[in-house]
Design a protein around this ligand. Structure first.
Ligand code: NAD
Length: 486
């Protein structure tokens, strides 16, 4: 049994889709594994009128698929309480305070509090402010923490405002900004592969690496999310957060210890060295796309999707070249690519190593070794290396060493949300986005968005089911490179 964590965990948005699909099942798994035993309580809150019984039934339904022992599930559910509260209603927080105190006494929670904001982002600041003014931050607790859903702002300016609001109540080390990509097993594996193998650790720099590629491709189109997506685009929906957080693990310095403080510091050395582009830089280093119909016309183009304005300039595809002004990465392009309606759903990192000078003669045909970290949908690692071809002449060819996460490992892998709730309870911020990284990512993305807003582009410019516009391939070709994943 692991050591028990003592806490009150309050879910704002406690009747929402995320709470039901991810958050309650995750907390239940932590209970089954013994991280939560006796000294915990969960409060769900929202505007909905629900009796305690109805709320318990909702939680029961949400954890249904992972119940193995009914009595154990009921023991878990007995720790749940519901309170109706409009988050903007100041007076309602007094009832929540009373409930917190009652639960604290009942379960001996030692004043420990975690507030999870699973509501629309426009409420984040209000909730933080009222938690403080209405006395819901404890003085006696070992900790008061905030877990906050995405998106964290919609520009640098709005993100900074939100961050300032949160900082009125919580210090940076009390804020756990969720980016569920950081909770993914294979994203966490980047650090294991890089720092766990001196071979890669020593070669993780401009002397050995030619370029690094990060691909997050989706097959689906905008579906029912056009209202939001048309104001965000791939750049703000995927690049500012997930892509940049993956880049953080790849580009970071080696942390002195594997603790959140050192990991953040090491990532920030990289983030601080990222070139923020001016107009010419954006035009040279970034391309945008918007999907058209597929080849046989059975899928709509973006402009014909429901709720998309007919003249929308929104980007459903982004590819770009990132550059770091550091001695580690000088001259090494980091290419990123993400978009909707692409050929396959794929999240992966391809680290392209430099080609050696051949001692075998030109005909031997040495190629670039490539380390591919496969994140989704199937986790694994491919390592393409040069080896001998089976010919009489001494020639080489590449062979790929392949490892795939086993079904047993898949089964044992915690859901990102389970891991993140665990880590926040444990006070470990390693797999959360810190403010400096978020701020730089916004400045980087805002600079690109500004140029795109000021320049008209002819859309659509890629066929649904392809890997994006030709300009994305041209971008790499300019450097004599090509996408590893085609
Ligand atoms: P949702 O619309 O399903 O749920 C929203 C919740 O907020 C409900 O419980 C609702 O009752 C409550 N609520 C709304 N207005 C309120 C008010 N004035 N006072 C109190 N409660 C109020 O939303 P969701 O999909 O659960 O998403 C919640 C958050 O998580 C959002 O920030 C979203 O961006 C983020 N998120 C969701 C997902 C997902 O898969 N659903 C994934 C990533 C991030």
């Amino acid at each position: 049994m692991p050591a028990e964590i003592t806490t009150l965990l309050t879910f704002f948005g406690g009747t929402g889709d995320l709470a039901k699909r991810k958050l309650y099942p995750s907390v239940y798994n932590l209970f089954k594994k013994g991280y939560l035993q006796e000294h915990f309580a969960i409060v769900g809150t929202s505007r909905a009128d629900l009796t305690e019984e109805e709320f318990h039934e909702m939680v029961r339904t949400s954890i249904h698929d992972s119940i193995e022992d009914e009595a154990n599930a009921e023991e878990f559910i007995a720790h749940f309480r519901y309170i109706k509260l409009d988050v903007a209603d100041k007076d309602g927080y007094a009832d929540m305070l009373a409930l917190n105190n009652e639960l604290d006494a009942k379960f001996n929670l030692k004043g420990n509090r975690i507030y999870y904001m699973s509501v629309a982002p426009r409420f984040f600041s209000t909730i933080a402010k009222l938690l403080k003014s209405e006395g819901l931050i404890t003085e006696n607790g070992e900790f008061n923490r905030l877990m906050i859903e995405k998106p964290f702002g919609s520009s640098y300016e709005t993100a900074e405002q939100l961050n300032n609001d949160l900082n009125e109540v919580f210090d940076e080390d009390q804020i756990f900004r969720i980016d569920h990509y950081l909770g993914k097993e294979m994203v966490q594996n980047i650090a294991a592969v890089r720092f766990g193998n001196p071979l890669f650790d020593a070669a993780w720099n401009k002397d050995y690496i030619q370029n690094i590629q990060v691909t997050l491709s989706e097959v689906l189109g905008v579906e029912e999310r056009a209202g939001y997506y048309d104001t965000a685009g791939a750049l703000r929906d995927m690049v500012q957060n997930h892509t940049m957080q993956i880049i953080g693990w790849l580009a970071m310095e080696k942390p002195a210890t594997f603790t959140d403080k050192d990991i953040r510091a090491a990532k920030n050395v990289a983030f601080n060295a990222l070139s923020i582009y001016d107009e010419a830089g954006v035009k040279k280093n970034f391309v945008r796309g918007q999907y058209g119909e597929n080849a046989d016309g059975t899928q709509k183009k973006y402009l014909d999707e429901d709720d998309v304005p007919a003249d929308s300039q929104n980007n459903t595809f982004v590819a770009g070249r990132l550059q770091f002004r550091s001695s580690r990465w000088e001259g090494v392009p980091f290419y990123i690519r993400t978009g909707k309606r692409l050929k396959t759903k794929q999240t992966r990192v391809d680290v392209v190593f430099k080609k050696g000078t051949s001692i075998f003669g030109d005909a031997a045909g040495l190629d670039n070794p490539v380390l591919s970290i496969l994140i989704d949908p199937v986790g694994g690692i491919d390592f393409k290396i040069n080896a001998k071809d089976t010919t009489t002449e001494f020639q080489t060819r590449t062979n790929t060493l392949h490892w795939e996460v086993s079904p047993l490992d898949v089964e044992r892998t915690p859901e990102p949300y389970e891991r993140m709730i665990h880590d926040a309870m444990d006070g470990n911020g390693s797999n959360f986005a810190d403010w400096n990284g978020v701020a730089i990512a916004w400045k980087f993305v805002d600079a690109i968005q500004k140029v795109w807003d000021e320049n008209h582009e002819e859309f659509p410019n890629y066929v649904s089911g392809s890997m994006g516009p030709k300009a994305s391939d041209d971008l790499l070709a300019e450097d004599g490179n090509e996408w590893i994943y085609k």
